[in-house]
Design a protein around this ligand. Sequence first.
Ligand SMILES: O=C(O)Cc1cc(O)ccc1O
Ligand SMILES: [Fe+2]
Length: 467
Amino acid sequence: MRATDFSIKEKYRYQCGFDSYLESEAAPGALPVGQNSPQKPPLGLYAEKLSGTAFTAPRHENKQTWLYRILPSCSHPNFEELPAESTPESLTGGKLHYIPNQLRWDPFDHASSKATDFVSGLHHLAGAGDPTLKQGLGIYIYAAAKSMNEHSAFYSSDGDLLIVPQEGALDIRTEFGWLLVRPMEICVIPRGVRYQVRLADENQPARGYALELFQGHFLLPELGPIGSNGLANARDFQAPAACFSEDCGTTGFDGATSYTVTAKFNNTLFTTHQPHTPFDVVAWHGNYYPYKYDLGRFNTIGSISYDHPDPSIFTVLTAPSDHVGTAIADFVIFPPRWLVGEDTFRPPWYHRNTMSEFMGLIQGGYDAKKGGSGGFIPGGASLHNVMSGHGPDAESYEGARNAELKPAKVGDGSCAFMFESCLMVGVTEWGLNRCQKVQEGYSEHSWGGVKVHWVKRGEGSRGHLLE
Ligand SMILES: O=C(O)Cc1cc(O)ccc1O
Ligand SMILES: [Fe+2]
């Protein structure tokens, strides 16, 4: 069946739950009963296991899925490294630049060529660590002007990919089924899962952000004293229902119909061509699966007395390091919310953080930064690295310092987000130079004009009790 032949009803039959043990069959009886790998699996399918953790990972971390498919995914000729001219130069990244300056980018360009799809339009912007050691993360910007070829699939051996669409809805076909991911929704495609990113509307180019997690998996943050509900609730995560194509091609590797599978392996692209569709999974069961989440469902919690709390209260997903409470990557959002704090400077305070903070803006504005030309604009980004001082720009500071403190809704129609990491984040050559989006004088424009409010000695103030 062609990708365009599936009806909406067939494609979007989601199952709910975060890190749940789910099962789905697109043909009745496809799932074996009471065992995973019978001598002859039902309906003539092959059983294939996809692991997301070591076999021996403790039960609470163990992730795996059993796939029941028409042909096993090993049935393909060798992968070949894509020739340099067809590998997006911006993906391979090269040397990372580590710089203490605050950085901000104007909105990244949409794809300049109609031939650019999600894979060829993936740009490596920043990162830390190394996928070969399964340590760290990569930060990417994508821009796609067309759907991936319907006879193609992509997967990454490097990590789990969190995708944050900013413009244009993505219609993602995965081995597990379909996910429709619109701006203000996110999805996570686990390491190894094969998928094809289609544009929901071929006339609406897509642009957004992505974070690839080289180690571990995203979890829901602990809720501590918040209790058993709040922030992102487990039941609002949606996983696909099995949906397959039957094109099994010919036996052997030289069949007439050919499907291209592209692998991202150590940030390098490899391809192979196989005669059968990679989207032939008729049924699956397990807890290692792609999922989506609607950010509009986030239950935002904040101060109802005084002072601006740490942004950790806005954590949607967290990928912990081995040290409790310290994340390789937190995905944090700043959704519309009420601010009521008394005698409080309400926007974020000035700070230097031991973590690094990469921010993007999906829509609207952000209360600590001015928008408009040269400001923090939807589709743009900022990076405040380890210990790089930042906070409201001078204009936002003065506004909040003098604001009347009545209850106020901030961020109506807005959503900024942050990828926060305990690691120092380096910027690729593309991110620093070739994308040509780095704002000149970001720091000067933002904080060059912060005013002195200090009341000088002798002019009277409770700040001078030692006089
Ligand atoms: O720097 C930023 O704008 C992100 C941020 C927001 C906040 O509410 C508190 C701390 C913080 O780093
Ligand atoms: Fe910050």
